[in-house]
Design a protein around this ligand. Structure first.
Ligand code: ADP
Length: 265
């Protein structure tokens, strides 16, 4: 596996909402670690892909989950026909070869995982591979980016203060209606009229957050609905399958969302 396979060949389309592109360019120039804060499906991953392409750097993305251990990030010894050999994990690969490493939903990972990133996020910029007995000094182009959804966190699953304070950060929210409608229209290849209707439905669903809905419909869900409409499905059915059924099991909440869709269809 070579690092070149992590280079983005085509520009990932990204519609900016504010000064996030300029901020990221400065953060990268200063090699500051970056935290992207915001709800799921609002464009964080797409943004980091776009920035990696813009800066011409390879991007290694890791989706963090609760069973993930430090070894999954750093690497491990594997048993092969000729004995054991070391295999770099995705983080080590990025550190050695100067990629941007994006840890998506980092709080999902176990605490020992977040400790691994500490020595990379201060002036030392080193990664100790304890099992291998090696200290890897980060390539000058290496940068660490994490995403964090403030809405989901419980006290048990939050980033430690000592971790948070190592990052520069930018807030992501759903884009303003006109921008979100152009994203939906271009990503799902639907008309502006349909995109506008989907965005209106999403905005209303977001107002139900905290009243029984953990989160409203994300931009990603609107794109899914748009893609179903593109196949010939009605707007009502598309919203049911791409938005309402995935986000809630509560019959009253489903009823409330059905009413929102009927009002906008
Ligand atoms: P997150 O990482 O925040 O969960 P993603 O970056 O995966 O969300 O966004 C979900 C989808 O929404 C993307 O695949 C893309 O199609 C679309 N999207 C969201 N925001 C934007 C944006 N600003 N520009 C272009 N596409 C976007």
């Amino acid at each position: 596996m070579t690092i070149d396979q992590y280079r983005l060949e085509e520009e990932p389309t990204y519609h900016p909402s504010g000064d996030e592109v300029a901020f990221y360019e400065s953060a990268y120039a200063a090699r500051l670690p970056v935290m992207l804060k915001g709800p799921t499906g609002c464009g964080k991953t797409r943004f980091v892909e776009h920035m990696a392409w813009r800066l011409g750097k390879p991007l290694i993305t890791v989706s963090c989950h609760e069973d993930m251990t430090a070894s999954d990030l750093v690497g491990r010894f594997l048993l092969g026909p000729e004995g054991t050999h070391w295999q770099d994990g995705p983080l080590t690969m990025a550190v050695r070869h100067g990629a941007i490493c994006y840890l998506d939903e980092v709080v999902e990972a176990r605490q020992d995982t977040t400790v691994v990133i500490h020595s990379l996020t201060d002036d030392r910029r080193i990664l100790p591979l304890e099992k291998k007995g090696e200290l890897v000094h980060a390539h000058p182009d290496f940068q660490l980016v994490i995403s964090y959804n403030p809405g989901y966190q419980s006290v048990l699953k939050d980033l430690k203060e000592s971790t948070k304070q190592r990052f520069s950060a930018v807030d992501f929210t759903y884009p303003m209606a006109s921008v979100e409608a152009s994203i939906v229209a271009s990503e799902a290849d639907v008309s502006a009229d349909i995109a506008d209707k989907l965005v209106k439905i999403a905005e209303k669903s977001r107002h139900l957050r905290g009243q029984g809905l953990e989160e409203g419909a994300s931009t990603r869900m609107l794109i899914h609905a748009g893609r179903l409409i593109k196949t010939g499905m009605t707007l009502t059915d598309a919203c049911k399958h791409a938005i309402i059924v995935p986000i809630t099991d509560d019959p009253d909440m489903r009823g409330a969302l059905d009413a929102v869709v009927d009002a906008c269809a």
